[in-house]
Design a protein around this ligand. Structure first.
Ligand code: THU
Length: 150
């Protein structure tokens, strides 16, 4: 139990470090995320905006892209924090709908998602709580063409 709490502290430190690296000139809203791999590695990410707006990448998907491209696909926790750039977060930032769909692609429904205001003040939800009744690979397996290997 203690070990888990210590891991969360390391994860939360990364969230706030990566939040400072956000490229958010259009929204002025900086988000940091950190994914804890089952092997103990931590992958941090920040939001990366674009002048065309829709190509914007959220902090969570930046972290997922880093982890998966480094060969990590087994995750133990995700932590997120965000708010107006240059200020302490005022509230708990919850992953957007697209990021929730990424979450269910790679994470078990029980996996904890930590929404932090500060490294000491956070709320823990499960992946399944954030996106219940989600579309997933299982549904593709019900079609005749699919090989059900996912
Ligand atoms: N954003 C994230 O990075 N993660 C979320 O879950 C919510 C929104 C970013 C996208 C955009 O750069 C800014 O926050 C405002 O929406």
């Amino acid at each position: 139990m203690r070990e888990i709490a210590l891991n969360y502290q390391a994860l939360l430190q990364q969230v706030f470090l990566y939040r400072k690296r956000a490229y958010a000139p259009y929204s002025g809203f900086s988000v940091g995320a950190a994914l804890l791999g089952a092997d103990g590695r931590i992958f941090g990410g920040c939001n990366i905006e674009n002048s065309a707006y829709s190509p914007t990448l959220c902090a969570e998907r930046t972290a997922f892209a880093k982890a998966i491209s480094e060969g990590c696909r087994d995750f133990a926790a995700l932590a997120v924090a965000g708010g107006p750039s240059g200020e302490e977060p005022r509230d708990y930032v919850s992953p957007c709908g697209v990021c929730r769909q990424w979450l269910v692609e790679f994470c078990r429904p029980e996996m904890p998602v930590i929404l932090a205001r500060t490294p000491e003040d956070y709320r823990i939800y499960s992946c399944g709580e954030l996106l219940p009744h989600s579309f997933s690979a299982k549904m593709l397996c019900e079609t005749e063409e699919s090989d059900c290997s996912l």
